[in-house]
Structure formats: structure tokens, C-alpha cells
Design a protein around this ligand. Structure first.
Ligand SMILES: O=P(O)(O)OC[C@H]1O[C@H](OP(=O)(O)OP(=O)(O)O)[C@H](O)[C@@H]1O
Ligand SMILES: Nc1nc2[nH]cnc2c(=O)[nH]1
Length: 179
């Protein structure tokens, strides 16, 4: 089994680039059907989604715009955990079809905040695509329209996802080795 070491942790091969990109082919095919004539704006969530966004957008053939945002933590007064806010969205999304592009939905916290914040700007509709979903880890109810791959709750790296900043450039996805 192929393994990689990142900092203090060992990871083992979990999903090959071939498997991932076959799943992306399927998502792109669905999007190309569903978005025809809708002039969508794709909003990709940095950092993690950069590789998924790039492979997906090469396969999207409908005329569309692509933009990148960050969900950054900010100091809030709430005791309910980290608060996150959308940074970097310059386009007017009023009355537009929006497609959010994420690398992973884990607890669903980030996506739930994003959906709530984007809805305030009155888009026509918001669709969500994520490369990965951990169904057993979900703690927040989120709308997910196009999920490429469902995975168990193990911590993973590669294909845009990092461990402590490293591993995002790996072409395959690895899961943490249980010692
Ligand atoms: O469903 P959740 O439990 O909220 O987790 C999912 C979020 O976690 C990751 O982002 P992260 O904050 O690690 O930032 P990154 O994309 O820059 O790595 C990922 O890109 C999602 O945005
Ligand atoms: N790298 C990484 N980031 C995440 N963010 C939410 N879940 C994960 C995960 O499994 N791996």
C-alpha cells in the first residue's frame, strides 16, 4: 500500500486520481445538462477546492463565470465556536444562478454559513457541488446538489486538502493511518 508521511503523520492511499477524476466527469456531465442557458457563476471556496475547481471547470462547457472566495474565521462574541465569513466576492450575485464549489463537506458547518450568507444577497438560485462528503460526520443540515464521492469520517489529505498546510499538491487522496 502506497503511503506518504506529512510532518508527524503517516497516510495511506485511499482514492486514486483516476477514481477522483472519473467522479468529476460525472458531476460535470450533470452540471452541463442542468445549467444550460442559466449563465451560472461558480464560486470556488479556497484553499481546499483549487484542484477540484480546476478539473471541474475544464469539463464545464456551458458559458459561465468563475470566482474564488475564502471562508475566513473572525473573532466573534459567540461562544458557539469559530465564526466564518465570506471574503473576496466581488461579483453582484443578485438574481444569478450560483454554484458553490467545495472540496469537502465534513460537519457541514462551513457550507451552512456560506449558504446563509449568500442567500442574503438575493441570488436566483444556489446550487452546491462538493468533491467529497463525509455523511456520518454531518452535524448541520445542508443542501448538497452534486456530491462526487461519499467517504468515511477518517481525516484525509491530497487533491487540495491539507494537513497543517502540507499535502494539498498530492494528486491522489490519502487517509490517515491508524496507529
Ligand atoms: O464541513 P466542515 O466541518 O465545516 O469542514 C469543511 C471545510 O473544511 C475545509 O476548509 P478549511 O477550513 O480546512 O480551510 P482550507 O480550505 O483552506 O483548507 C474545507 O475546505 C471546507 O471548507
Ligand atoms: N485536510 C482535511 N481537511 C478537512 N476539513 C474537513 N475535513 C477534512 C479532512 O478530512 N481533511
Amino acid at each position: 500500500m502506497k503511503t506518504v508521511k506529512i510532518k508527524d503523520k503517516e497516510f495511506e492511499l485511499f482514492l486514486t486520481q483516476e477514481v477522483i477524476e472519473k467522479a468529476i466527469d460525472d458531476i460535470a456531465e450533470k452540471l452541463n445538462k442542468d445549467l444550460a442557458g442559466k449563465d451560472p457563476l461558480f464560486i470556488c471556496v479556497l484553499n481546499g477546492s483549487f484542484m477540484y475547481a480546476s478539473e471541474l471547470m475544464k469539463r464545464v462547457t456551458v458559458p459561465s463565470e468563475v470566482s474564488f472566495v475564502k471562508m475566513s474565521s473572525y473573532q466573534g462574541t459567540s461562544s458557539s465556536g469559530k465564526l466564518k465569513e465570506i471574503y473576496g466576492l466581488e461579483e453582484d450575485i443578485t438574481d444569478r444562478t450560483i454554484v458553490i464549489v467545495e472540496d469537502i463537506v465534513d460537519t457541514g458547518y462551513t457550507m451552512s454559513l456560506m449558504l446563509e450568507q449568500l442567500a442574503c444577497d438575493s441570488p436566483k438560485e444556489i446550487l452546491v457541488t462538493t468533491l467529497l462528503l463525509k455523511p456520518d460526520a454531518l452535524k448541520h443540515k445542508v443542501q448538497l446538489d452534486y456530491v462526487a464521492l461519499e467517504i468515511p469520517s477518517d481525516f484525509i489529505v491530497g487533491y487540495g486538502l491539507d494537513y497543517d498546510g502540507y499535502g494539498r499538491n498530492l494528486a491522489d487522496i490519502y487517509k490517515i493511518k491508524n496507529s
